[in-house]
Design a protein around this ligand. Structure first.
Ligand code: M6R
Length: 365
């Protein structure tokens, strides 16, 4: 039931604070992530790990890309991420102590499931599924599971499944990272940020009216570019996927530092450029990339917090996202990009919940 919402997608975007609260329920104790949340074998497996291999498709793959940053900066665990359709059809060098992690909303995606089966033959130390469907094949066939509790996701465009996957992956980062680089203070900081996350998302959702106005600038465009750096690069990729999927506007995401290696040639007044720019170690670098865009006449739409010294005017439109702890910024900055693609699609009159040529669950190759 869509309730008061015009589309399931909008309902599901607004359900995210609730879905995240549910996903955290029973998995934290004071300032501690409960290892047993991953299953009875979690302790034996996590305490022996040397490496993580993540495999997924589409939006779930983008969640994995964010997790790689968390794993390598917070946990100190080497982490690789690959799309399932590539992983399943190539040779692998498996190093001892590698945990094979799949991420999937449906748990029935053909390529992800085939990759999991292949991983078992390849001799990975153990398998873990992060999934939203408890009865799914992926869950049944994995050693460990962590369910996202997003509830049914009806819109083909994945929204609340993605942000709850990120929460689950952050829990995994802590639960594995404590055997490596993550100390007690680091764990406490992550748990505090996670507890504040539902409220931070409410604050991000409050930007909707501004984003609805912004959407008007995109309706008549044929191409858009999304930029981010570090863990915000996958957020930019997810923003671009959402826009192309439901509004049929061509959208590409680039790590901002790659601009001058090619895509800058495309930039003109007809190609809006969206940037995700929380205040972090990379923001000054990102700002100089934005100036390169501006110098070619590109019009910039920048999502940034109050700590970033950028002003609207002269080809820049700056939307203020609430200031949040750096670790959860990828989750918070996802929300305005979801709202942007939704409102562009509504203005274009597309079938938001059932975009052409796409299925909710891709159970065939
Ligand atoms: O059910 P899964 O998470 O395995 O699905 C993976 C992709 O098919 C899915 O995320 C797809 O990219 C979405 N339609 C994106 O919004």
């Amino acid at each position: 039931d869509r309730g008061r919402y015009r589309h399931y997608m909008l309902k599901e975007i607004h359900e995210q604070p609730r879905a995240i609260t549910d996903t955290l329920e029973g998995r934290l104790l004071d300032d501690h992530v409960l290892e047993a949340a991953f299953g009875p074998k979690a302790h034996d497996i996590f305490s022996q790990l040397a490496r993580i291999q993540i495999v997924a498709c589409g939006t779930s793959y983008h969640a994995g890309m964010v997790a790689k940053h968390w794993m390598e900066t917070l946990a100190g665990l080497p982490c690789d991420v690959e799309v399932a359709s590539e992983f399943r059809y190539r040779s692998h060098v498996v190093t001892p102590g590698t945990l094979f992690v799949t991420i999937s909303q449906s748990g029935e995606t053909a390529d992800t499931l085939a990759a999991l089966r292949e991983a078992k033959n390849l001799g990975y130390a153990a398998t873990l599924a992060i999934c939203n469907a408890p009865e799914s094949s992926l869950v049944r066939e994995s050693d460990l599971t962590l369910m996202t509790r997003a509830g049914p996701e009806i819109g083909v465009a994945s929204t609340k499944a993605f942000t709850t996957q990120l929460v689950a992956l952050l829990l995994l980062t802590v639960a594995t990272g404590r055997y490596h680089r993550l100390d007690k203070a680091g764990e406490t900081a992550v748990v505090e940020a996670l507890r504040r996350l539902p409220r931070s998302l409410e604050a991000a959702l409050a930007l909707e009216a501004d984003i609805e106005r912004l959407a008007e600038q995109f309706v008549d465009k044929n191409h858009t570019l999304f930029l981010g750096r570090g863990p915000q690069y996958p957020v930019a990729k997810e923003g671009a996927l959402k826009l192309k999927e439901i509004s049929y506007i061509h959208a590409e995401a680039y790590p901002a530092g790659e601009l001058k290696h090619g895509p800058l040639a495309l930039v003109d007044t007809e190609m809006p450029v969206v940037a995700v720019a929380p205040k972090d170690d990379l923001v000054e670098k990102l700002k100089s990339n934005l100036q390169e865009v501006r110098a070619r006449g590109g019009v910039l739409y920048v999502f940034a917090d109050a700590g970033v010294n950028l002003k609207s005017g002269d080809g820049y439109e700056v939307l203020r996202v609430p200031e949040v702890a750096e670790v959860i910024a990828p989750i918070v900055y996802t929300v305005p990009l979801q709202l942007l693609s939704y409102h562009v699609a509504v203005l274009k009159g597309t079938d938001v919940d059932q975009p052409r040529n796409l299925a909710k669950s891709v159970t065939v190759e």
